[in-house]
Design a protein around this ligand. Structure first.
Ligand code: M6R
Length: 613
């Protein structure tokens, strides 16, 4: 977790760093800090709380302007959120400062060694050892080599940035298993955890690989291996626009991103759907990978959180329509479960960020066992995207809100694409069904636009149930994952509410005991082969005087007599229904949270990208 930023150039450093940190706050927001090198040396400010607290502190105690600075927004792992534990961390002399994202796993051992050498520690963080370790090596090495030498001794993950008064014109950065990108501008350069942080300044990006270091000066970046060998790498230009990373008039990023879903889905389908010729198109590398998937005996999908729910939908799609044997596993379980993997297994990671630590470790483990690997991923050049044999990018654009919305529906769309391609390629689908589903795929952006017109109904329903503190979400088959995802959305953004998703058929095996008068149960009940079964489950809740909020297909007159509140989605094949059902589920969660005054884009204890275990 955590967001880091570094800047070298002529712009006002404090403002530039603060503004870039503002775009990274989704990565962590329990404390923030910055360090600037100016004519007087190193100035450091840090505060517990959100970035705005730091910005106020800097207003009250201004820092003399400089030409080089680093900043950090924190999500605590080692040491509680406090001023002392906030980054940057300095060495004993106070002239060298470090910001870090990741976990230094051997910090205790390094700290003992450094304490024995007389270093004085202030914080309880793992990060502070980096500052002292570099200081120690800099007693006999130039700073660049001392920095690289220190990194070689770290175990664990890091994206790190360092400035020192002894090297007033250079900023040092490096990464291992935590993201760090370099932005190349005119007479200025940046490092950051993520591209949106610097889109205001440049779209020319260099992706740093694991165990690579960068030295940044106004003349531009110089890349090295940790052994000091120079690396030549040219910048690539990213297509994301500045406005894509901003709220554009919406009160929250989450609401903006919910409304971006039709175009996000369009982007996922773009250049891949060729309805005129009745085919799906992939780039050569992905196609080659997919075309040989018949050699695979088992496809294992690994993911976390919302992406895991997308994977569960994928399991229904791929097994039923492409007739591939599929297992879906939480990446955090998969990596420690000792799964049977070999070259006949394909492991598919689903991840928005491409940086989730457990998913990345799962992929690395799969590779080590000789399995083939693939990812459905949103962030280009991310760690997972670079690790796997083939990537299907969702192209959903930057997702800033902690709660995943457009990333989810574009992941499910990508799974639909994958399923249909494989079903056709391996001749496992009747032509009529293929044509019908291809038409459905093409119609998705339009249908999603229509599904979003449920906003008024979702808002009115939310107003009715905003005072409830417990919710159940139920669904079957393709919409069992929808129930899990709907419940996750609500509980993650509205911390005063407990919500649980179940397969509707499981209800009478336990959860039903809690139902009493007015207990809200959200049913995801579009037209499907199990529609009648879901209606029976609705009856069971009604018999116990629970309140039924039903998401049903447009034109379903039958359901009106069972629903206390009804929200409709456009009619579609069951195969696509989880994508459309996501819209009212997200909107309902959003408006319930809003009515409860929740901090929607930055819920407590959560961060956008979980880059630590
Ligand atoms: O970046 P990823 O898709 O790998 O992230 C996985 C989860 O952390 C993520 O989906 C999380 O559950 C969502 N933010 C919840 O809305």
């Amino acid at each position: 977790m955590c967001g880091i930023v570094g800047y070298v150039g002529k712009k006002p450093v404090v403002e530039t760093v603060l503004e870039a940190l503002g775009r990274l706050e989704y990565r962590g927001y329990d404390s923030a800090g910055l360090a600037v090198l100016n004519a007087r040396g190193l100035a450091v400010r840090k505060r517990p709380g959100k970035l705005s607290v730091l910005a106020d502190a800097v207003k009250r105690e201004p820092i003399r302007s400089g030409h080089l600075g680093i900043g950090h927004t924190r999500w605590a792992t080692h040491g509680e959120p406090s001023e002392i534990n906030a980054h940057p961390h300095t060495d004993c002399s106070g002239s060298l400062a470090v910001v870090h994202n990741g976990i230094v796993e051997n910090y205790a051992e390094l700290k003992t060694r450094l304490l024995a050498k007389g270093h004085r520690f202030r914080s309880k963080t793992d990060t502070e050892v980096i500052a002292h370790l570099v200081e120690e090596h800099a007693k006999r090495l130039p700073l660049d080599r001392a920095f690289r030498q220190a990194l070689k001794e770290l175990r664990g993950s890091y994206a790190v940035c360092l400035v020192s008064a002894k090297e007033p014109h250079r900023l040092f950065g490096a990464r291992n298993s935590s993201p760090l990108i370099i932005g190349v501008g005119k007479g200025e350069a940046f490092v950051a955890s993520d591209v949106p942080a610097i889109l205001d300044h440049t779209r020319r990006i260099i992706y740093l690989n694991d165990r690579e270091a960068v030295e940044l000066s106004a003349a531009g970046p110089k890349l090295f291996t940790l052994e000091g060998r120079p690396i030549r790498r040219s910048p690539t230009t990213v297509a994301w626009t500045v406005s894509a990373a901003r709220k554009e008039g919406f009160p929250h990023f989450m609401l903006k991103e919910i409304h971006e879903q039709p175009s996000a889905i369009e982007q996922t389908l773009a250049n891949r759907l060729d309805p005129a010729r009745g085919r799906l198109v992939f780039d050569r590398r992905t196609k080659r990978f997919l075309d040989t998937l018949d050699a695979t005996e088992k496809l294992v999908i690994i993911a976390c959180g919302t992406a895991y729910h997308a994977g569960l939908v994928g399991e229904y799609m791929l097994e039923e329509v492409a007739r591939l044997p599929v297992d879906v596993d939480l990446a955090s379980e998969f990596r420690y479960r000792g799964p049977q993997l070999d070259r006949r297994t394909t492991v598919l990671a689903i991840t928005q960020s491409g940086e989730t630590a457990d998913t990345l470790a799962g992929i690395q483990m799969a590779k080590a066992h000789g399995a083939r690997t693939m990812a459905i991923c949103n962030v280009m050049g991310s760690s997972i995207a670079r690790e796997v044999d083939a990537v299907l990018y969702t192209h959903a654009g930057p997702e800033i809100a902690v709660a995943s919305t457009k990333a989810y529906t574009s992941q499910v769309t990508a799974l639909a694409l994958l399923t249909l391609y494989l079903a056709k390629h391996f001749r496992r689908i009747p032509l009529a069904q293929w044509r019908r589903l291809l038409d459905g795929l093409e119609a998705l952006p339009r249908l999603m636009r229509q599904a979003l017109t449920s906003e008024a109904a979702a808002k009115a329903t939310a107003a009715k149930y905003a005072g409830a503190r417990n919710f159940y979400y139920l669904g079957r088959r393709y919409n069992f994952p929808s129930a899990l995802e709907g419940a996750l959305k609500l509980k993650e953004i509205c911390p005063v509410i407990h919500a649980e998703g179940y397969a509707a058929g499981e209800m009478k095996h336990g959860p039903i005991s809690l139902i009493r008068k007015g207990w809200p149960v959200v049913f995801v009940a579009p037209q499907s082969p199990v529609y009648e079964k879901v209606v029976s489950n609705i009856e069971e809740v009604r018999a116990r005087h629970g309140s039924c909020i039903v998401i049903a297909s447009e034109g379903d007159a039958h359901i009106t007599r069972y629903a206390d509140s009804l929200i409709t989605i456009p009619k579609t094949d069951e195969f696509f229904s989880p994508i459309l059902a996501a819209a009212p589920l997200q909107l309902f969660a959003y408006y319930v949270a809003d009515a409860n005054g929740a901090d929607i884009d930055q819920p407590p204890n959560l961060a956008k990208s979980v880059t630590v275990e």
